[in-house]
Design a protein around this ligand. Structure first.
Ligand code: B3K
Ligand code: ZN
Length: 876
């Protein structure tokens, strides 16, 4: 594929006024007729041809104003249909007939079949696999959709918008017509047909309109859709209350399907979901599953305003809808649950997924300027860093001006295909603040590094803070400008209370935000009687790396006293990380490992603090991961040494805290009636955070085996199984528990994905053999993305010691998997391949094996654009 540049953007030569689509569904020969009404855009050249996009299409008819098009007036090639000699001003109609084979569509883009259900996925460029079209987000028009299908196998015929009507249609068939009054781009088109069960409810909007809500799932699974329905209603209410956004159709539908390339899709009025993010009940879903369902239902619903009513001018603007919508779903979850705990989880996720992307060969700006395959840009940088950038606008402007800016955005751009510049301008206009330098967050890739040092002058009562920022070079961007970095901060006094300084000079301060804008700045704080302990980047107000040499005592002080719970977690993390890094170095060198007793004391003290919510205490007990340690080490990494060092620290903490862990584990016994609310989930989280420490201290599986036997919900059951498998992989108890779990959930593929994932993450070099063996299991299905992600993806992404085997077998396995998956499902292959994005930070022997595996993939015959793009960037 060729490279697309942001600077090449220009509007189409023709305006599409409306489209009428008719589908005659058939598993292998679906007929699609598309009637499009166009007129030449004012200012477009009079001889400009109409060039429509297509991909692997079979065209069986082409009409101009109802008459067959003369062969000389059009040409069809691999990916375009070009029509010439079109009217200068008059509107005209083009009719295209295509024939599609949904059964053969293994890419899961365009129209395909999953478990007998017809469904579509059109973002980013799937609509062109249905018919020739202006398949780009800046072409918005109204759609009428007629669906004809077999009555018995497809009682349900759905598309976007409002239902117009339906009737019988000859022998054994019926039809339904839908009209979507809201102009939309093709990527938001959807069609679903088949035989599904439904859960129904209603929502009355703030202006009093009643909206029908329907969630479609496989027959028999209706009870498992209740939580998703509840989350949907809460999302609709929240968007009215917080963003003043009301829903705009008579009906809102969600369909759950079992073969889907990602989480879900926000098609107008007809969201299509991976069933993993719809179905839940206590027996089969963990608390994390419930939280994900809530967040994704909200995310897709929120897209109705941020994405659908205001869409993107081109795909470079993807963060306009994704970053903003992730920010909105984060805020929603924070309001529904515990804000601090949610923030800790977000930051953990950002650091473990986005920071490595930003530090490796796949780094790109939140708003990129070029791409080869757009599907490879649905990244954690566009989504999660994009959300952080939106959050920083809110931090800089403050709540009220941020709301004013959002209101202006909705008012000014409703119905538009907008750009990031349009978005930022709304906040500038609403606040009067210049966001020019701030906008670099959209354009400069790489995680900024802020280095800080401090000094206190007791005689003068002044405290100075010297701050320096540096944005590392990234592919295609060697030199960087200083950024506008908003840092929330506080000054803690020895008794834990907060100091109110007389003045702060040298750096702009608004409220509790310090605005770093130059490469180097010194903040001078006056009017202090005692040396303060600075707490910086509270709430993770800026997505940066912070190097601030602080004593363990200062960090422990913040961990004990900060009024910002997030900062307390961060301080404890900052106390633990150097210890874990040091332990890993010692493990590699074969020298003795010591643990700072301030770390163990503080950790145990906070974990024991009954005034703190259990969910937060559980986060305190989850030490930085092996991947976190690897990132901190930066280069020449040996995953086995990292694990050995971390294990030694865990063992020390386990023995120091054994009494406490036993109490936490027993006191928070989750038995009784299950509720998925945040407080109950927090109690389970604390219990399950204590269990691995107890297993280490016990040195044998009895307690975890008992916990497995006693569990009456999936959260506790899978946590106990995880501890058994990861701590005692060879024990009889573990083998028995794995088999019990398998047999009990043999009919539930989504639950068996947990069984796959737990086994794929058993540390050590035996993991690969287990994964290969599990791929032979009758429960595995190489054609289903959820299964492949659960087993192959989890192994590559989340098993550092198992995947990064010294003999390189892990990489060779992944290379052969990628080459096998790619011809069937390029998006899935490309996504799993990104698990190797940090290969250059491995020590020499592993890096060499990784390089050879990547070269083998690059040399593959007929690679998809998706995989070719990723592998080439990783090799550059
Ligand atoms: N917009 C979709 C993602 C589409 C991915 C295309 N490869 C889901 C979401 O972000 O809400
Ligand atoms: Zn989204």
């Amino acid at each position: 594929g060729r490279i697309i540049h942001l600077t090449d953007y220009r509007p189409t030569d023709f305006v599409l006024e409306r489209v009428d689509l008719t589908f005659e569904l058939d598993p292998t020969e679906t007929k699609c007729t598309s009637r499009m009404l166009f007129h030449r855009r004012e200012g477009a050249a009079v001889d400009a041809p109409l060039v429509l996009d297509g991909d692997e299409l079979k065209m069986t008819g082409l009409l101009f104003d109802g008459m067959p098009m003369e062969p000389g007036r059009f040409t069809e090639d691999n990916d375009t249909l070009t029509i010439r000699e079109l009217p200068e001003t008059a509107a005209f109609e083009i009719t295209v007939d295509t024939v599609i084979n949904p059964e053969a569509n293994t890419q899961l883009m365009g129209l395909y079949r999953t478990n007998g259900i017809y469904c579509t996925q059109c973002e980013a460029e799937g609509f062109r696999r249905i018919t020739y079209f202006y398949d780009r987000p800046d072409v918005l028009c109204v759609y009428t959709v007629n669906i004809i299908a077999d009555k018995e196998s497809c009682p349900l015929l759905l598309s976007n918008g409002n239902f117009l009507g339906g009737a019988g249609y000859g022998e054994g068939k019926h039809f339904a017509a839908w009209f979507d009054p809201h102009p939309k781009p093709s990527y938001l088109f959807a069609l679903v047909a088949g035989d599904l069960g439904v859960v129904e409810d209603t929502f009355t909007t703030m202006s009093g309109r009643e909206v029908a809500l329907k969630i479609y799932v496989e027959h028999g699974k209706e009870p498992r859709a209740a939580y998703a329905m509840d989350a949907l209603k809460r999302s609709m209410k929240w968007d009215e209350e917080v963003f003043s956004r009301e829903y705009d159709l008579d009906i809102f539908m969600v369909v759950a399907v079992s073969d889907f390339n990602m989480g879900a899709m926000e098609n107008k009025g007809l969201n299509v979901f991976n069933d993993k993010y719809v179905l839940a009940d206590p027996e089969t879903a963990t608390d994390a599953d419930y939280a994900n369902i809530e967040a994704i239902i909200a995310h897709e619903y929120f897209h109705n305003w941020t994405g659908n009513r205001i869409t993107c001018r081109d795909w470079f603007q993807l963060c306009l809808k994704e970053g903003l919508t992730v920010y909105r779903d984060h805020e929603f979850s924070a309001d529904q649950r515990s804000r601090a705990v949610k923030r800790v989880a977000e930051v953990r996720h950002l650091k473990s997924e986005q920071f490595p992307e930003d530090a490796g060969p796949l780094a790109h700006p939140v708003r990129p300027t070029k791409y080869r395959e757009i599907n490879n840009f649905y990244t954690t940088t566009v989504y999660e860093k994009g959300a952080e950038v939106t959050r920083m606008i809110a931090t800089i402007l403050g709540r009220d001006l941020f709301k004013k800016g959002m209101d202006l955005y909705f008012e000014r751009h409703d119905g538009d295909a907008a750009t990031i510049e349009d978005f930022v301008k709304c906040f500038e206009d609403a606040s009067g603040r210049d966001l020019g330098q701030f906008s670099l967050w959209y354009h400069q890739a790489g995680t900024p590094l802020v280095t800080v040092s401090s000094a206190f002058d007791q005689a003068k009562g002044t405290f100075t803070l010297a701050l320096e920022q540096m944005v590392p070079p990234t592919p295609g961007q060697s030199a960087k400008e200083p950024m506008h970095i908003p840092l929330r901060f506080g000054l803690l006094l020895p008794d834990g209370s907060e100091a109110t300084p007389a003045s702060i000079d040298g750096v702009e301060v608004t409220g509790d935000v310090l605005h770093l804008t130059k490469r180097k700045q010194v903040a001078t704080v006056t009017g202090l009687d005692a040396r303060p302990v600075v707490t910086l980047n509270r709430d993770f107000s800026a997505p940066i790396n912070l190097h601030f040499e602080r004593t363990p005592a200062d960090l422990a002080h913040i961990a004990r006293h900060d009024r910002d719970l997030f900062a307390r977690w961060q301080a404890l993390n900052d106390l633990a990380l150097p210890n874990l890094v040091e332990a890993s170095r010692n493990a590699r060198a074969g020298t003795a490992i010591a643990v700072n007793s301030l770390l163990s004391d503080t950790l145990i003290e906070i974990a024991a603090d009954e005034t703190l919510e259990p969910a937060f205490r559980a986060q305190i007990l989850a030490l930085p991961s092996e991947a976190d340690i690897a990132r901190e080490l930066g280069s020449n990494n040996d995953p086995d040494a990292i694990r050995a060092g971390r294990e030694a620290v865990l063992a020390f903490l386990a023995s120091e805290g054994k009494a406490l862990f036993a109490t936490l584990f027993e006191r928070h016994d989750g038995k009784g009636s299950f509720t998925p609310d945040a407080a109950s989930a927090g109690r389970r989280a604390l219990r399950n955070a204590a269990l691995p420490f107890l297993a280490i201290a016990d040195g044998q599986p009895a307690r975890a085996a008992q916990a497995f036997a006693d569990s009456d919900n999936m959260t506790d059951l899978s946590a106990a199984l995880g501890v058994l498998a990861h701590r005692f992989p060879e024990a009889e108890e573990t083998q028995a528990a794995l088999e019990t779990f398998r047999a009990r959930f043999a009919e539930n593929a989504l639950v068996l994905d947990k069984w796959f994932a737990i086994q794929a993450t058993i540390p050590g070099e035996g993991a690969l053999g287990r994964v290969q063996q599990l791929m032979q299991s009758p429960h595995f299905n190489a054609a289903n993305p959820n299964r492949v992600r659960a087993l192959v993806g989890t192994f590559a992404f989340s098993n550092p010691t198992g995947f990064n085997r010294l003999d390189g077998e892990g990489y060779r396995f992944l290379a052969s998997q990628i080459l096998q998956i790619d011809p069937k499902n390029p998006q899935l292959a490309a996504r799993i391949l990104t698990s190797m994005r940090s290969w250059r930070s491995l020590e020499g022997v592993r890096a060499e094996h990784a390089l050879n595996a990547l070269r083998r993939i690059a040399a593959g015959e007929k690679l998809s654009a998706d995989v070719a793009d990723i592998v080439e960037r990783m090799l550059n």
